[in-house]
Write a protein that binds this ligand. Structure first.
Ligand SMILES: NC(=O)c1ccc[n+]([C@@H]2O[C@H](COP(=O)([O-])OP(=O)(O)OC[C@H]3O[C@@H](n4cnc5c(N)ncnc54)[C@H](OP(=O)(O)O)[C@@H]3O)[C@@H](O)[C@H]2O)c1
Length: 272
């Protein structure tokens, strides 16, 4: 297997952590980026190189890519995995918080893409792997702002794929369904917080309780399901453009495609 130089964001937790370990064990040179560098300490035993990275900070992104290219002389794969769910009614989530979520999930991702592309173009090869979600193709109740960021990731990636095809750079979307990580609990906490004292307080509390229950239960997929898909996106000669994987992803995207909008809305509102 060809050894690749990889930058993986969001490596301090969940699917990013698992993926960093898996790719390093395969022999790749993996730089794991996150703000909580200490949480990536145990990954060093597998060969992962933790670096401090805040995707909302332009200097931090520039520094991370420069460090990798200075050390390794190249960068072959960027895996944009960092992200979070700021759940809450459109009315309740402040514009400031909505912008913060876009900063992490969309502009942070785009910023790193802009930093790595000149190197990849010069090499005549490279892969950009963007973690979207099944939520980039359908919307769950009380998640409007989050889904807006993931729909944006889908659009950006589809456009980018066409722009980069002539330069030998591949663009791949990872579209996880429900995966057992901290993500669901963070999204549920944000939902409850945003609704305090407002018109959606009661329904938000009920929805958040449902989310905590789902993400603590056995239904959600193991993060390894995502690591395996990312591993294919990194290693396969001809990777797919989309990997739709994990709990609920395929049936829900199918249902969304075939059902009338009102019927799908009903399912999503009553599923939480
Ligand atoms: N879990 C699911 O059901 C699910 C489903 C579909 C898609 N996703 C997506 O999958 C990705 C990974 O999520 P996960 O489930 O593994 O959640 P997680 O366990 O909460 O991990 C999120 C990661 O993002 C990083 N991050 C957040 N803000 C950051 C920032 N400003 N700069 C750099 N890193 C930042 C966190 O690191 P630090 O806090 O240390 O910086 C952490 O490593 C996200 O994009 C999420 O939206 C998740």
């Amino acid at each position: 297997m060809e050894k690749k130089v990889i930058l993986l964001t969001g490596a301090s937790s969940g699917m990013g952590y698992e993926t960093a370990q898996m790719l390093a064990e395969q022999g790749h040179i993996v730089y794991g980026g996150a703000r909580r560098v200490e949480k990536m300490g145990p990954l060093k035993q597998y060969g992962v190189k933790p670096i401090s990275l805040d995707v909302t900070d332009a200097d931090s992104c520039h520094e991370a890519v420069k460090t990798i290219v200075d050390n390794e002389g190249r960068i072959d794969v960027l895996i944009n995995n960092a992200g979070y769910g700021s759940y809450g009614a459109v009315e309740d989530v402040t514009i400031e918080e909505a912008k913060r979520q876009f900063e992490v999930n969309v502009f942070g991702l785009a910023r790193l893409i802009q930093h790595v592309l000149p190197y990849m173009r010069e090499q005549g090869s490279g892969r950009i792997i963007n973690t979207s979600s099944m939520g980039g193709r359908l919307v769950s109740f009380m998640g409007s702002w989050y889904h807006a960021t993931k729909y944006a990731v889908e659009a950006l990636s589809d456009g980018l794929r066409m722009e980069l095809a002539d330069f030998g750079i591949k663009v791949i979307l990872i579209e996880p369904g429900g995966i057992k990580t901290d993500w669901g609990h963070i999204a549920a906490d944000n939902l409850e917080k945003s609704a305090k004292g407002g018109a959606y307080e009661e329904i938000a509390k009920k929805t958040a309780e449902g989310m905590h229950k789902q993400y603590s239960g056995k239904m959600m997929s193991d993060p390894k399901v995502v690591s395996k898909a990312i591993s294919k996106a990194v290693n396969n000669k001809n990777p797919k453009t989309r990997y739709l994987i994990g709990f609920g992803a395929k049936p829900l995207v199918f249902a969304h495609a075939i059902l009338p909008t009102k019927a799908f809305d009903w399912i999503m509102k009553n599923a939480s």
